[in-house]
Ligand binder design. Structure first.
Ligand code: TYM
Length: 328
């Protein structure tokens, strides 16, 4: 069985972009692959987080993994900090990555371009920690949204370089980007990605949002004056984004959606989008409440930790022997 590895960093509540670009696909893949889905909590602290809030987000994230359908009997689910080897392999890979490569990472470059102050060393080097997360488990595939593709490509380059230097050690993974939903845009500004750090809060649908608020956010999504439901990312980005959300949740193609809403007002289309989103979130939220009450999260994380730790110890041991820092 081929292995997939992916993670989410809960620096805020998980949102519809995380769900459609990543989490929903993990659930689909767990039947045919060994899906290793972890919570990337070390990645959270590359930017300062309020410790109390972070704890809440972490717990919610674990519960949401399960509520969205990840099954601990099929998938391996664990907390990154429960497996200490990630940080150590991260440092080793850091030493096998060039500054020029890190300088080219879009997320870092964007922050520099925006003159963000007090950027940390963590934000600069986190792609090598991400490489460690992936290479640790001999992943064949890494299912991620579009914005993470560059990091998986860096992971591949680092793995190839390491293998050339020290002999075959890492499997070279491939990114898997969903055909629909790889880049869900903000509802209030469809030129920007839907993101946890959305300041206005209107453009982002959180998985735990009250459904009335979800409806409101969708009904007030920015569209255009063309009055036609047509998939045209360039000229009608707001409508294209709503179509993408609708397509991801219904499985319909863009031309089927265009036909379904031909001659109809945007209001009708938005109501239909809201209905499918609210149905999906209602299901997730109900399961989330049951999971939080049932207290099964510790048990799930312990099981995941036991499996991941064993694999990680073996891999780190091999790596350290190869590079010559072990004396036994
Ligand atoms: P993160 O936490 O920013 O995002 C988690 C996943 O959600 C996807 N995503 C989106 N997909 C579609 N539309 C959007 N608007 C949207 N926003 C986010 C992301 O592409 C990602 O798949 N560094 C990673 C976490 C990570 C990781 C890993 C992923 C750490 N180690 C190893 C894979 C493998 C991150 O910050 O993702």
């Amino acid at each position: 069985m081929k292995t997939m590895v992916s993670g989410i960093k809960p620096t805020g509540q998980l949102h519809l972009g995380n769900y459609l670009g990543a989490l929903k696909n993990f659930v689909t893949y767990q039947d045919d692959y060994h899906m290793i889905a972890f919570i990337a909590n070390l990645h959270c602290i590359t930017v300062y987080q309020d410790p109390k809030e972070l704890q809440t987000y972490l717990k919610d994230c674990i519960a949401l993994y399960l509520a969205c359908g990840l099954d601990p009997d099929k998938a391996t689910i664990f907390l990154q900090t429960d497996v200490l080897e990630h940080a150590q392999l991260g440092f080793i890979l850091n030493c096998n990555t060039y500054l020029g490569e890190l300088n080219r990472m879009t997320q870092y470059k964007d922050k520099v371009a925006k003159n963000e102050i007090n950027l940390t060393g963590g934000i600069y080097t986190y792609p090598t920690l991400m490489a460690a997360d992936i290479l640790m488990y001999d992943a064949d595939y890494v299912p991620v949204g579009d914005d993470q593709k560059q990091h998986v490509e860096l992971t591949r380059d680092v793995a190839i370089r390491f293998n050339n230097r020290y002999g075959e050690t890492f499997k070279v993974p491939e990114p898997i980007i969903p055909k629909t939903g790889a880049r869900i845009m903000s509802l209030s500004d469809p030129s920007k990605k839907m993101s946890k750090s959305d300041e206005s809060n209107k453009g982002c649908i959180y998985l735990l949002d009250d459904l009335k608020i979800v409806h409101k956010k969708i009904m007030s999504a920015v569209t255009d004056d063309k009055a036609q439901v047509k998939y045209d990312v360039h000229n009608q980005p707001g409508i294209a984004n709503l179509m993408t959300i609708y397509a991801s949740l219904t499985g319909k193609t863009m031309s089927e959606i265009e036909k379904e809403f031909e001659g109809q007002l945007y209001g009708n289309f938005k109501k239909a989008v809201s209905a499918v989103v609210c149905d999906e979130l209602a299901m997730i939220q109900e399961k989330y409440r049951n999971i939080v009450e049932s207290n099964i999260m510790d048990e799930v994380l312990l099981k995941g930790k036991q499996f991941a730790s064993k694999k990680a110890q073996e891999k780190l041991d091999l790596v350290q022997k190869k590079i010559g820092i072990e004396i036994r």
